[in-house]
Structure formats: structure tokens, C-alpha cells
Design a protein around this ligand. Structure first.
Ligand code: NI
Length: 393
């Protein structure tokens, strides 16, 4: 990594933090990121970066073209906030009731902006192209597929993609993972239908409450008895709705939940077993189950060669002792996986925790960020891009 890149990030640090705070104050939910994307586009254009708006809805793409020939890499940040009422009392806390950047996507935007501007300022020496992807609707698992459908990976064709997420590690830490990173996320809706009646005369009913309880219990054996124990899988029933009074047995009960796997045959197996077991369990109590299973997000599997390049770069940026290679995958999900289905991809995690302090609480009204971490993340992004496209060190 050239020291000039590091110097450029240092120079941009104050403006990067100001940008993060500005976005933090005006958070927008998935697919409504109008102000955020307009601000990003304006700031990119002010720097002379070729900018395209309205990609996949509210997405913004910046194109940093080096003056020399080389490869093309995409760097991706998500922009959307969460439906949470902020309770941090920060001077730049959310002005929008019930909406908050509680997952750090404001930080991702700011880091990607700084990385892009730093690279643009070094474009005389830069080989190839860096595509800056500001993506809407990560939380809704909708932004990535829409941007891809809109051609974000074409013209020029993207050869690798790197995403960034802030994480609870102390400032200075960069973490990464080889292979399976985040799970495929599916959802299911089950309606258990019976025959309602008086709570005092259950013999005249087909009780869907009892049947639904049985379905919940029976589903737990799908992972424990049917899935190969060395393959990770999760099946969680997270919602139950039914009934209107303490003494009325309802006609039906609805269950909803999520399934996490790393795709492949395990995903197929859980889907089919879930159907079979739910129907059989309901039937045992004289009821019927209707199952709707929805595949939403694929698993995020990191490319080995790209991750090796990222690891080497992170060690340069942050020092070998500050780079964590995570061993175990996480069963969370992230729609960056749609990019990873198309091009070699990997995601890095940037520490924004206060050393020795309490861990940041993600998706929480009191989520706090140690902003000193942003410079490390921006430097890592810029340096990874620099190395990938083939700029001289
Ligand atoms: Ni997030």
C-alpha cells in the first residue's frame, strides 16, 4: 500500500466522520434512502467521481478510473437504517422518530466514500477501476439483487467484490473469515387449521392450538435428527398467533420462523422435512398444516484467493496482531451473498468497539460507535482495492 493512500485517508478523516454523523442524524429505512443517496451522489460528484444514481432503486455507483490499465473491483457499503427509536442522547442522534442507524450502515457509507475519494486522488498511479457500490435495503434483503439486476456488476465487468461491516471488536481490529461466512436465510409460514369451538368442550373441536404446539416441538427434531450433525443448521419458530379469547378454541393458528443453513443439500433437506413434519404433526391432532417456505438470501461463501489478498492487506494496514481470522461461521445472513454468487467476494469486519469498554449493542437503541475505527476501515478498503487492481506498492 502506498503511504500516499494512508495520508489521503488521514486527510479525509474529519470529513468522513462528519458525513457519518450527517447520515446518522437523517436515517432512512430500506428502499427509502433518497436523502442518503442524494447526499452520496453529490459528494462523489463534488470530487469529480463519475456517479450513477437510481441503480436498483435508490442505489448509487461511483466509478474511480485509474489512469493505467488493470482489473476492476467493487467495494460495497449498505445504506439503510432500522425501525428503532434511538436512545443514545448523542448530539447527532436521529431526528427521525422510530428510525435509527443501529447497525452501522452510516459508518459503511462514510468509509466507502473516504476510500473512494482517496483512490480517486491517487488515480494517476492507479491501475484499473474501482466501483463504489452504495446499496439500499440490506436489512430487507432486497438491495443487492436489484442492483445486480440493474447491471451493477457489468460495464466494466467486476472481477471481485469486497464488503465492509463494522463489528464489536475494539478499534484497530480487522477480522475476516475463509470459506463459509454467513448463512442462507429462509423463512416459513405455517397455518395450522382445525375446528374451533368452546374451550369447555374440546371434544367437539379439532384444537389447532394443541396441534401448533406439537408442530413447534416436532420441528425441533428436523435439525437434531435429520440433518448431518457436522453440517450447521438452525430452525427457529419465532412467532405464534392465534385465538381471540381465553375460552374459545380458534379455527387456526399461524406460526412463522426462520431456517439457516449453508445451502446445498442441507437446505433442500430442511425445506422438505419442515413440510413433512409440520403436516404430519398437525394431522396427529386432527388438524391440517399449510406450509409456505420462502428462500430469501443465499449463503455468503468467501473466495479463498481474494480472502488471502485481503488478509495480507489487512495485516499491512493494521498490523498482524490486530488481524483476526475467525474460525467459525455465523448463522446470520447478509444480502452481499448475492454478489458472492456472481463474482469472487469477501467481507471484512472493522472494529468500532471502545478498548476495555462495553461491547457495542447492534440493532439496539443504545448502539454506539467508536469513530476512530472508521479510518482503519477506510484505509483497509482503499488498500485492498489498490492491491487487487494491480497498483504498484
Ligand atoms: Ni448491518
Amino acid at each position: 500500500m502506498p503511504t500516499t493512500l494512508q495520508a489521503a485517508i488521514a486527510e479525509l478523516n474529519e470529513e468522513m466522520i462528519a458525513l457519518r454523523r450527517q447520515i446518522h442524524q437523517r436515517p432512512e429505512l430500506a428502499m427509502q434512502e433518497d436523502e442518503t443517496s442524494a447526499l452520496i451522489a453529490w459528494k462523489l460528484r463534488a470530487e469529480g467521481i463519475e456517479t450513477q444514481e437510481g441503480v436498483g432503486g435508490t442505489g448509487v455507483v461511483g466509478l474511480v478510473r485509474g489512469k493505467r490499465r488493470g482489473r476492476c473491483i467493487a467495494l460495497r457499503a449498505d445504506m439503510d437504517a432500522l425501525p428503532i427509536q434511538e436512545a443514545t442522547r448523542l448530539p447527532f442522534a436521529s431526528e427521525v422518530p422510530g428510525v435509527m442507524h443501529a447497525c452501522g450502515h452510516d459508518c459503511h457509507v462514510a468509509m466507502l466514500w473516504a476510500a473512494g475519494v482517496a483512490l480517486h486522488r491517487q488515480r494517476e498511479a492507479l491501475r484499473g477501476t474501482v466501483k463504489l457500490i452504495f446499496q439500499p435495503a440490506e436489512e430487507a434483503v432486497a438491495g443487492a439483487p436489484r442492483m445486480i439486476a440493474d447491471g451493477v456488476l457489468d460495464n466494466p465487468p467486476v472481477e471481485a467484490a469486497v464488503a465492509v461491516h463494522v463489528w464489536k471488536d475494539p478499534v484497530g481490529t480487522l477480522s475476516l473469515r475463509y470459506g463459509e461466512h454467513l448463512a442462507a436465510a429462509d423463512g416459513f409460514d405455517i397455518v395450522v387449521r382445525g375446528k374451533g369451538g368452546h374451550g369447555a368442550m374440546p371434544h367437539a373441536t379439532a384444537d389447532p392450538v394443541l396441534a401448533a404446539a406439537n408442530v413447534v416441538l416436532a420441528l425441533q427434531q428436523v435439525v437434531s435428527r435429520r440433518v448431518d450433525p457436522v453440517r450447521p443448521a438452525v430452525l427457529s419458530v419465532c412467532q405464534i398467533n392465534g385465538g381471540s379469547a381465553f375460552n374459545i378454541i380458534p379455527d387456526e393458528v399461524a406460526l412463522r420462523g426462520t431456517v439457516r443453513t449453508f445451502g446445498g443439500p442441507t437446505r433442500d433437506l430442511v425445506e422438505s422435512e419442515l413440510q413433512r413434519v409440520a403436516q404430519a404433526a398437525a394431522k396427529a391432532y386432527g388438524c391440517a398444516a399449510r406450509v409456505k417456505y420462502t428462500r430469501s438470501c443465499p449463503a455468503l461463501i468467501h473466495d479463498e484467493a481474494l480472502t488471502r489478498l485481503v488478509e495480507a492487506t489487512c495485516r499491512e494496514v493494521s498490523g498482524a496482531e490486530s488481524v483476526v481470522v475467525e474460525a467459525d461461521p455465523c448463522m446470520g445472513a447478509e444480502d452481499f451473498a448475492f454478489f458472492a454468487q456472481r463474482v469472487p467476494a469477501t467481507q471484512i469486519a472493522v472494529g468500532i468497539g471502545t478498548p476495555g469498554g462495553p461491547e457495542p449493542l447492534f440493532h439496539n437503541a443504545r448502539f454506539l460507535v467508536e469513530e476512530r475505527g472508521l479510518a482503519v476501515g477506510a484505509e483497509a478498503l482503499a488498500s485492498i482495492a489498490w492491491r487487487f487492481v494491480g497498483g504498484p506498492d
